[in-house]
Design a protein around this ligand. Structure first.
Ligand code: SF4
Length: 195
């Protein structure tokens, strides 16, 4: 049922009866016009840390895709996290442009290996990459581990391999990295972000 704007307000002035009529959909076209849906309404929100620098600003990342097998999540909006203790919602221009970085066709999404002397990179599975890293670490540690110093004092040092961690890591991840590296005897450990 179409009513004019004037008739609609007359009906509403009738109190509950008018409200019921309106709720049942008897509203003029003008009233049916609504504002655009909030673009993040059905998005999935996750927290992360900016990958760029050692400030380690907090991010809110929004994606669409319900996780079903035939639906891949797509990040379509990134903004500063107002609850983050470091940045309180602020992002510099680099962080504010992260969406382009995330969706860049040049972004590396899987491990690659370049053999010594080769100019070609070849793609590896994560299992192969992790197995290779573990094998190389074990061989190097076995060959170079220093149990005692010149005075015979136990030092348990492994100086020929180091660990460099990325900035998109929390305090908790950093703590685990430290425990892992120190337990192996590694002294050279650094992280891009001191967060
Ligand atoms: S938003 Fe800017 S200042 Fe913050 S971590 Fe990213 S690059 Fe650094």
């Amino acid at each position: 049922m179409q009513v004019s704007r004037r008739q609609f307000f007359k009906i509403c002035a009738g109190g509950m009866a008018g409200t019921t009529v309106a709720a049942l959909g008897f509203m003029p076209t003008e009233v049916l016009a609504e504002t655009r849906n909030y673009k993040l309404l059905r998005a999935k929100e996750v927290r992360n840390t900016c990958t760029y620098c050692s400030v380690g600003c907090g991010l809110l990342m929004y994606s669409l895709g319900d996780g079903a097998k035939n639906a891949s999540a797509h990040i379509f909006h990134i903004e500063g996290d107002p609850d983050h203790p470091v940045s309180r919602g602020a992002l510099c221009p680099k962080g504010a442009g992260l969406l382009d970085y995330v969706n860049s066709p040049n972004r590396l999404k899987y491990p690659q290996y370049r053999a010594p002397g080769s100019t070609e990179w070849q793609r590896l599975s994560w299992d192969d990459a992790l197995n290779r890293i573990a094998r190389l670490m074990k061989d190097d540690r076995d060959a170079n581990f220093i149990k005692t110093n010149e005075q015979g004092v136990t030092v348990n040092r492994w100086l020929t391999t180091g660990m460099l961690c990325a900035s998109a890591a929390s305090n908790e991840t950093g703590l685990l990295d430290q425990k892992f590296a120190r337990a192996l005897g590694m002294l050279s450990v650094d992280n891009q972000a001191r967060i």
